[in-house]
Write a protein that binds this ligand. Structure first.
Ligand code: PLP
Length: 369
């Protein structure tokens, strides 16, 4: 990857197709389950769709390019990528650290599945990650953490993991590879949901893992082959198609998120705001060291659930929906899903609307205070 290119240039280049006169400029999906075999025993590049296929290869090379990785493996969801990676890295007796303030279903997988397999699962908050890593064989960190948006110092964490030969996996969903590149900060693996900003249109579910060590690729790919949590050819094509505009969309989302955070922190109805891009945010110093952009998510707190519902009702632009990273600005009251947050806690995902329109709309819709 040429580090001098900007995000949109990187996005557009990643979706490149070889320049062959007369061939399409746009990538094409190949929806085959099976491929012609040669008469001898040599295996062709593709034989059966669950092992490998041209649609994955195009997407995987684009994702590897964006993450600064030498390989990437795609999956049918972010959870499929994360759980496949964790299965490949853990054995009975492994000590695994997962985020206590990160994506809740990862914790559940740890408690409901991995712990039953004899893995010792430790839940640590972002601010305790480095201490918890001192006891770990495998660390899964998430930064900025969803939904609270705390930030983990990835370089420091990577140094601790390296010293004790622990494997560091970073969930890069909220930051995206445009916002930060964990591999360049010392992580062994990146896992992510491509459902969010990368595909960005709220119309598909996908995930990936990326890294630089071939030995890790082999183990994780083996799990994908045997467990089969794969991405369909059309979804792979849709993600790839979306990647071309990911830099452009993400730029606007980050701009809108910062504008919302600045407005919200001065509003009398708002009890608190977290956005790593705000200079006074407790995570700002570390975020500024390791992130290129601070992302499209802002979290804030209103008085109660009713205040959040009233905000959405009065707004013309906000939609109430879970997930994030889409073109619409969306609001999710996380307590309804059981996150350990107050009833009036909201995660807002900035869309790509015009910044002035969005600010005016949200300001008009907020309770008086
Ligand atoms: C959404 C999300 C996931 C899970 O991704 P899916 O594509 O929904 O399976 C994992 N980690 C984080 C941080 C997420 O936000």
């Amino acid at each position: 990857m040429d580090g001098t290119y900007g995000d949109s240039t990187r996005s557009v280049k990643a979706v490149g197709v070889d320049a062959v006169p007369g061939q399409p400029v746009a990538p094409m999906p190949v929806p085959a389950s099976t491929y012609h075999l040669s008469p001898d025993a040599t295996e062709p590049l593709d034989s059966y769709g669950r092992s490998s296929n041209p649609s994955w290869r195009q997407l995987e090379s684009a994702l590897a390019e964006l993450e600064g990785a030498s390989w990437a493996l795609t999956y049918g969801s972010g959870m499929a990528a994360i759980t496949s990676t964790l299965r490949a890295l853990t054995r009975p007796g492994t000590t695994l650290v997962v985020p206590a303030d990160g994506y809740y279903q990862v914790r559940r997988y740890g408690a409901e599945y991995l712990a039953q397999q004899g893995v010792s699962v430790i839940e640590a908050h972002s601010h305790e990650m480095c201490d918890a890593a001192e006891k770990a064989d495998v660390v899964l960190a998430e930064t900025p953490a969803n939904p609270g948006l705390d930030v983990v110092d990835l370089h420091r964490l990577a140094m601790i993991c390296r010293a004790r030969k622990a494997t560091l996996v970073v969930d890069n969903t909220t930051a995206t590879p445009m916002g930060q590149q964990p591999l360049s900060l010392g992580a062994d693996l990146v896992v992510a949901s491509a459902t969010k900003s990368l595909s960005g249109h709220s119309d598909l579910i996908a995930g990936y893992v990326a890294g630089c060590q071939p030995e890790l690729a082999e183990r994780i790919e083996r799990d994908r082959l045997l467990a089969g949590p794969i991405l369909g050819a059309f979804e792979a094509w849709l993600v790839l198609r979306s990647l071309g505009s990911a830099g452009l969309r993400f730029e606007r989302q980050c701009q809108n998120a910062l504008a919302l955070a600045v407005m919200l922190r001065g509003h009398p109805a708002v009890r608190s705001v977290r956005y790593p891009g705000l200079p006074e945010d407790p995570a700002h110093a570390v975020a500024a060291e390791q992130m290129k952009h601070f992302g499209g998510l802002v979290s804030f707190e209103l008085a109660d659930a009713a205040a959040v519902n009233a905000l959405v009702e009065r707004s013309e632009l906000l939609i109430a929906s879970t997930s994030f990273g889409g073109i619409h600005t969306s609001v999710d009251r996380r307590a309804r899903w059981g996150d350990p947050v107050p009833e009036g806690f909201v995660r807002i995902s900035a869309g790509i609307e015009d910044t002035d329109d969005l600010l005016a709309d949200v300001e008009r819709a907020l309770p008086a205070g």
